[in-house]
Design a protein around this ligand. Structure first.
Ligand code: DGL
Length: 249
């Protein structure tokens, strides 16, 4: 079984990619909705939540932890990864691999305020790719919209357009530095035209498949267990709505 966690619904975008690559494994997905949004929290709080979330997944006996929260990865990049029994696949490392493979050099990253404040994306991308130009833009308005189910519609479109207005005009690619944002893809596409949109979850899922190897082919029961410490009814409805949108899940 593999474990994923996020502050809320954003991690489902990683789960979708994982399911495309790993259709047979059992998955445990935990949404820490009692503490969403992470992006507005202090580094100290985020480190405490990261420790608790890793420990929770370890307690369930997962074989690997596939990170589905950039903000937690940003904190770990800054302060070091807390110990966990299961190996952890870092989402920001996957983002850097995705950018490196695509060969882009002028990159924008939209992320939570905490992620941008930690500076982890810029550091990781510059460590991987010499001569890369990275602009990081915080987007604190977007996670609450997604959590409220406002994925389509004028309010989300305007919020995404506002975030994108802070990006340079000569970008080659934009990285979704928060797992909630791929749910707003139509608005990013509308705001940014031909700019490539990079979802680190694609490489993240590929790395998870590489790590699990044969265990995926020989299977589990293809079961997904969803847990939240927030409103269970609202979470169940959101999972049904969002995962139904996802082809192949
Ligand atoms: N979806 C998470 C991320 O990738 C956290 C968003 C939040 O709760 O602010 O950073």
């Amino acid at each position: 079984m593999i474990g994923l966690f996020d502050s809320g619904l954003g991690g489902l975008t990683v789960l979708q990619r994982v399911r495309e690559r790993l259709p047979l494994v059992d998955v445990l997905f935990f949404a820490d909705q009692a503490h969403v949004p992470y992006g507005d929290r202090t580094h100290e709080e985020l480190l405490r939540l990261l420790r608790a979330n890793l420990a929770r997944l370890d307690e369930h006996g997962v074989d690997a932890i596939v990170m589905a929260c950039n903000t937690s990865c940003a904190i770990a990049e800054r302060y070091g990864w807390p110990c966990s029994r299961a190996p952890v696949i870092d989402l920001i490392e996957s983002a850097a691999l995705a950018v490196e493979r695509a060969g882009f050099r002028r990159i924008g990253v939209v992320a939570t305020a905490a992620t941008v404040g930690a500076g982890s994306y810029g550091r990781t991308l510059r460590n991987h790719i010499t001569g890369i130009d990275v602009v990081e833009v915080p987007a604190p308005a977007l996670v609450p919209l997604v959590e409220a189910g406002l994925v389509t519609g004028a309010q989300s479109r305007a919020a995404v357009a506002e975030v994108c207005s802070h990006l340079p005009l000569d970008l080659e690619a934009l990285v979704y530095g928060c797992t909630h944002y791929p749910l707003l893809e139509e608005h990013f596409r509308a705001a940014l035209g031909g700019v490539a949109l990079i979802d680190p979850a694609v490489v993240q899922a590929q790395r998870a498949a590489d790590l699990l190897g044969d265990r995926n082919r020989t299977g589990g029961a293809a079961m997904t267990t969803y847990l939240t410490n927030g409103d269970e009814g609202a979470f169940r409805d959101a999972v049904a709505r969002l995962m139904a949108l996802a082809p192949g899940v």
